[in-house]
Design a protein around this ligand. Structure first.
Ligand code: ZN
Length: 279
């Protein structure tokens, strides 16, 4: 690419960041319940739940800023009534998250790309997948990534009893601790379907609920270019990006990361993992 073209591209990305407020709000609104209702009823990895327990507006229409650090005693996790959608922090920070893995077909490629650019990301893993791929969890730990809890078997939590939800979450905390070396500090509900039990049990287990700001919808295999565009159009300080490293053919997600990651970095974004006091 010519240097001037590259600069134009960077400027375009930065311009996108400058209008974050508007773009962010629009993004949240357009990925709201209207869009989700049109999705297939068969739960696909990463799909939002068709029958959701909370009014989507309850968290999707929250202001984009104002998530102050929780004023709770050290070691205690607050019980929230909505998941966190973004992170705060100094500068243009962005967080990349990959759900449903680890999967030996795609996760290693993603880890390789992150290593190439010396970038840390978050992996919301399923306990069942971890049980078959413990080595990948160890690699995530070695390379400084953050591992979150995405339940054991990726069920729709809103259809489960409290006891089943607890078991899904607790077993996954246990297997993460074994393979990763620490218990997870973050939880993400499958299909983005949260309920009160998930918030309460998550807090009991020491986990903060983290959703996302930008959904790449990569599980629909929209094409590598579309995934790249969604990330770059949604790029803004504090944005949390949702992608998947398992649950189907994720080769587009793998290829897209190779394209958008260097471009985000060139545009001045710091791609990193959140710390609990940054939410
Ligand atoms: Zn998922």
């Amino acid at each position: 690419m010519q240097k001037d073209q590259l600069l134009t591209r960077r400027r375009a990305l930065l311009t996108g960041a400058a209008v974050v407020g508007a773009a962010g709000v629009t993004g949240l609104l357009t990925t709201g319940p209207g869009t989700e209702a049109a999705r297939p009823t068969t739960p696909a990895a990463g799909a939002q739940a068709a029958g959701r327990p909370l009014k989507p507006s309850a968290y999707r229409l929250r202001p984009l800023t104002g998530y102050g650090p929780p004023r709770t005693p050290p070691g205690r996790t607050p019980v929230r009534s909505a998941p966190l959608l973004r992170v705060s922090g100094r500068g243009s920070t962005m967080v990349l998250t990959f759900d449903d893995g680890p999967d030996p077909r795609y996760t290693p490629d993603i880890l390789d790309t992150l290593a190439t650019y010396d970038v840390r990301a978050m992996f919301f893993v399923c306990g069942e997948m971890v049980s078959f791929n413990k080595d990948l969890l160890a690699r995530m730990s070695d390379e400084g990534h953050v591992v979150g809890n995405h339940t054991w078997s990726h069920p729709l939590l809103t259809r489960l009893t409290r006891g089943r939800i607890r078991s899904e979450m607790e077993r996954t905390c246990d297997i993460i601790e074994k393979g990763y070396g620490e218990r997870p500090q973050w939880f993400r509900a499958p299909y983005g379907a949260w309920n009160r039990a998930a918030f309460q049990l998550g807090a009991e287990l020491g986990m903060e609920p983290l959703a996302w700001t930008v959904d790449t919808l990569d599980w629909t295999s929209p094409g590598t270019r579309t995934i790249v565009d969604r990330v770059e159009n949604g790029a803004a300080p504090g944005v949390v990006v949702l992608s998947h490293d398992a649950g189907g053919d994720r080769s587009q997600s793998v290829r897209a990361l190779r394209e958008y990651l260097p471009e985000l970095l060139d545009s001045g974004y710091r791609v990193t993992v959140p710390r609990r006091h940054h939410v």
